[in-house]
Design a protein around this ligand. Structure first.
Ligand SMILES: NC(=O)c1ccc[n+]([C@@H]2O[C@H](COP(=O)([O-])OP(=O)(O)OC[C@H]3O[C@@H](n4cnc5c(N)ncnc54)[C@H](O)[C@@H]3O)[C@@H](O)[C@H]2O)c1
Ligand SMILES: [Zn+2]
Length: 362
């Protein structure tokens, strides 16, 4: 098992990464000084089909905790104010109070929703995250962002609430559908691109073991990813500046998701396409060696992340511009200076962007 310390003032906590950790949850939360009374939030499938919830519940009960299990339906639709309200009411009815803690067992949807409820119920209670998707283990469980969607847009209501502990059990990833697993790999490639050329090489060399989900290979890359995101978050907890580099590939990626209709392409496929566009722009500006852009493309292809079809460049452009208007009027791109290095740069020349969009589609 690997332990990473996240150092945020007054709220330091550990991220544990390793095999077979869920059955040790009770022992792992000992010493956190959280209450006896716990709520565990998850999806029905993680209770029934996969049995992860019972591992966690038994272990917590053995450690002397009283646990209430609450399930929410799978899917992005569950990240809503209505679902948060249901959850709050259910948790109050089963007897949780200000001294209780909430545990999230699932992917980013469960983590964001449960974290949001933990941040607000009784004005905030302790939160422990047990991420079970690759995306959640390398990305959404790190950094303390919680929240829900509105019909008007994603993640519009939320707050920062750092967990007291994150436990990433790599064995849980064995049951993840292949497309979900590969989608999470896009964030892994993203982290390597922004900060870690050596991780990028590891991904190239160990692609087979990673795709076969070998626990030791997964533990190594997940721990490295958490370390990268942790470092960025420590430098800029509230996303005032440098944290924006985590958006590498996401400006165009979000446009691809919106223009394709949500759910058609995976988030990872959309981000993979976005990273290629960012790399192409960077090569055009002489910032990134062409060979590095080629390696990025080859790795994304190896992980089967390049979408078979993408919306027309003109359509993508309208979504990108709309996003810019919503934000702050300037189209800020995260560009690459070569594998392992990024920089923030304005993209005011639309012709540049259009050519990059066309170039990647060709
Ligand atoms: N808070 C953040 O910083 C942050 C960062 C990135 C993404 N997010 C959010 O994360 C969400 C996406 O998360 P996700 O990709 O994990 O999707 P998800 O939570 O919807 O999970 C995907 C599917 O996998 C299933 N599943 C989960 N674990 C499983 C397992 N071990 N075996 C089999 N099936 C399993 C789930 O039931 C679900 O149907 C989005 O809402 C996004 O906004 C948040
Ligand atoms: Zn992402």
């Amino acid at each position: 098992m690997k332990t990473l310390r996240v150092n945020l003032q007054g709220r330091a906590y550990d991220i544990l990464v390793g095999p077979d950790l869920l059955r040790r949850t009770g022992e792992l939360i000992r010493g956190l000084d959280i209450g006896r009374r716990l709520g565990l939030v998850t999806h029905p499938a993680l209770v029934e089909a996969h049995g992860y919830a019972s591992l966690v519940v038994s272990s917590l009960r053995e450690a002397g905790h009283e646990v209430s299990l609450v399930t929410v339906p799978p899917g992005e639709e569950s990240k809503s104010l209505a679902q948060a309200a249901c959850l709050c009411r259910e948790l109050v009815r089963v007897g949780l109070d200000r001294g209780s803690a909430l545990l999230a067992l699932g992917g980013g949807v469960i983590g964001d929703l449960t974290g949001f409820v933990a941040a607000t119920l009784f004005r905030g209670i302790a939160f422990v995250n047990l991420p079970t998707t690759l995306l959640a283990q390398v990305d959404s469980s790190v950094g303390g962002k919680t929240g829900v969607n509105l019909p008007e847009g994603k993640n519009l209501v939320g707050t920062f609430h750092q967990p007291r502990l994150v436990v990433a059990d790599v064995l849980a990833l064995r049951t993840l559908p292949a497309r979900e697993f590969r989608s999470g790999l896009a964030e892994v490639v993203k982290h390597a691109m922004i900060a870690d050329a050596e991780l990028f090489r590891t991904l190239e060399e160990d692609a087979d073991q990673i795709l076969a989900r070998e626990p030791s290979a997964l533990q190594a890359i997940i721990a490295r990813n958490c370390a990268i995101k942790t470092k960025v978050v420590e430098a800029d907890e509230r996303e005032a500046g440098v944290r924006a580099i985590l958006n590498f590939g996401h400006t165009v990626g979000h446009a691809v998701e919106a223009a394709s209709g949500y759910g058609r392409v995976t988030h990872g496929e959309a981000v993979a396409f976005g990273m290629l566009v960012a790399a192409s722009l960077s090569v055009r500006r002489g910032l990134c060696p062409p060979a590095d852009a080629k390696r990025l493309e080859a790795l994304l292809r190896r992980f089967e992340l390049l979408p078979a079809a993408c919306p027309e460049p003109e359509l993508l452009e309208t979504y990108i511009i709309r996003d810019k208007k919503v934000r702050d009027g300037v189209l800020q791109f995260v560009l690459t200076l070569g594998i392992g290095n990024v920089t923030l740069a304005p993209v005011s020349d639309r012709k540049d962007l259009r050519e990059a969009l066309h170039g990647v589609q060709a």
